[in-house]
Design a protein around this ligand. Sequence first.
Ligand code: C5P
Length: 234
Amino acid sequence: MMNRIIVALDGMSKEQIFTYLDEIKGEINFVKIGMEAYYKYGRELLIEIKNRYDVSLFLDLKLHDIPNTVKGAIRSLEGLPIEFLTVHLQGGKNMLREAKKQKDISLPRTKLLGVSYLTSLDEQDFLEIWNTEKEDIEDSFIRLFKIAEDCKLEGIVCSAVEATLVKERFNLQVISPGIRLRDDLKANKIGDQRRVLCAKDALSRGCDYLVIGRSLTTKERPYKESLSLLKKEL
Ligand code: C5P
C-alpha cells in the first residue's frame, strides 16, 4: 500500500527536503515537488533528488495558460526525470492537446495529469466563481473528466470524494490530494483543504495514488511517527 503514497514536499528549503528524504529513505518512493520548490531551485533540485534517492518524481506545476505558452513551458522541462506532470483541465482542449503533444516529444516517459477542481474549493467557491449550484457540481466534474479523456491525458488529479465518479465512467488514473491522517482529521487539522478523506477511505474509493503533504511533513510529530501512523491505518 505504501507504494501508492506520494509525499508532497511543500514549505521546505532544499536542506529540509534532503533531511526529510534521508529520514524516510526506503519507506516512501514517490515524492511531489510543487511550484514553491521548483520556482526557487529549478530543475537541478529534481535531478539531485533523483540521483541521491532514486525516487519517482511528480512535478506539480499545474500549468494553465494559452496553448502556445504551455507548450513552451513543457519544452523547457525537456529531459527531466519525472513520472507525473500536471496541467489545469480548465485551460481547455486546445491547451491540453498542445500540452500532450509537446509532452510526448519532450517528456515521453512522463504521464500528463489533468487537475480538475482544487481540493481546497468548497460549495461557496463553486457558486461565486462559476455560478454552479451544489446539485450541479458533480456534473461539472464529469465534464472536466470527459475533457481529460478526449485529450488523451493519462490521469486526473481530484479529491478522493470524486474518485468513484472517475472510476465508474473513465479509463483514467486517479491521483488524490486532500488526504489526512485519522488523528489530524479528528483534530480538524485540514488547513486550507476542503474535500478531505483519510488514506484508507480514499483508496477504497478507487484512487490509484494518494498525495499527502502536511500530515506527513508536520514538525508536530517526528516524521517517522507520522509514517508509522499512516502504515497502521492502511
Ligand atoms: O499538505 P497537503 O496534504 O494538503 O498537500 C496537498 C498537496 O497536493 C499540495 O502540494 C497541493 O499543492 C497539492 N494539490 C492539491 N489539490 C489539487 C492538486 C494538488 O492539494 N487539486
